[in-house]
Design a protein. Structure first.
Length: 184
C-alpha cells in the first residue's frame, strides 16, 4: 500500500488502517466504505451528531451507547459500528472525519485509484463529474475517485487536489492574480 506508512503516522490513520485490514480480511471493504459514506453524510447534516463527536463533556460510557444507537439507526455494518465503539471508548470520536478520509485513501490505493478533492462554487452535475473524472484519468493514467465539496467563496471554476498536487482554476484566484498584476 503506497500511502500506508504516511497514514500510520497519524492517530486517525492507525484506526483507519486497522479498520481497512479487518474489512479486507473479512471481505467487507465496500460495505464498510458505504457505511462510512453514510456516516460522513450524517455528520454533515446533523448538528446533534457532530456535537456528540466533538463534546468533551460526554463520558466514555454514554458516548459508546450513543454511537451504538447511531450505528443501528443509520444501519451501519457491524465492523464500522464496532470501530465507532472503540473510538468512543478511547475518547477519539472527534477523529471520525479523519478516519473516514484515511480509509477512503487506503481503499483507493487498494483499488489502484487516485483520490482527488474537488472544490467548486456550485454543485456539479453528474455529466460534469463524469467529464472531470475522465480528464483526471487521462492526466494520471489511473481511475480517479472524486471527493466533491462546494465553496461559494471561490466564485467559479474548480480547485482540484490530488496528493501533493493542486490545480487552482478558481475565479477568486484568477481575480486575485489580476489584481496583483495591476498593482505592478
Amino acid at each position: 500500500m503506497e500511502n500506508s506508512s504516511g497514514i500510520q503516522a497519524s492517530l486517525a490513520g492507525r484506526y483507519a488502517l486497522a479498520l481497512f485490514e479487518l474489512a479486507r480480511d473479512g471481505k467487507a471493504l465496500d460495505s464498510v466504505a458505504e457505511s462510512l459514506a453514510t456516516l460522513k453524510s450524517a455528520l454533515a447534516e446533523s448538528a446533534d451528531l457532530k456535537a456528540l463527536t466533538q463534546s468533551p463533556l460526554i463520558g466514555r460510557e454514554d458516548a459508546a451507547k450513543a454511537v451504538a444507537a447511531v450505528a443501528k439507526l443509520l444501519k451501519l455494518d457491524n465492523l464500522t459500528g464496532r470501530t465507532l465503539g472503540v473510538l468512543a471508548e478511547n475518547r477519539r470520536l472527534a477523529q471520525i472525519p479523519n478516519v473516514i478520509r484515511a480509509y477512503e485513501t487506503l481503499l483507493s490505493a487498494h483499488k489502484g485509484e487516485t483520490r482527488a478533492e474537488v472544490t467548486s462554487a456550485f454543485p456539479l452535475s453528474k455529466t460534469q463529474v463524469t467529464a472531470l473524472a475522465k480528464q483526471l484519468k487521462a492526466r494520471t493514467g489511473r481511475d480517479t475517485a472524486l471527493d466533491l465539496a462546494v465553496d461559494p467563496a471561490i466564485m467559479g471554476g474548480l480547485i482540484v487536489k490530488m496528493g501533493s498536487q493542486m490545480i487552482d482554476g478558481s475565479l477568486r484566484t484568477r481575480l486575485n492574480t489580476l489584481a496583483q498584476a495591476m498593482k505592478g
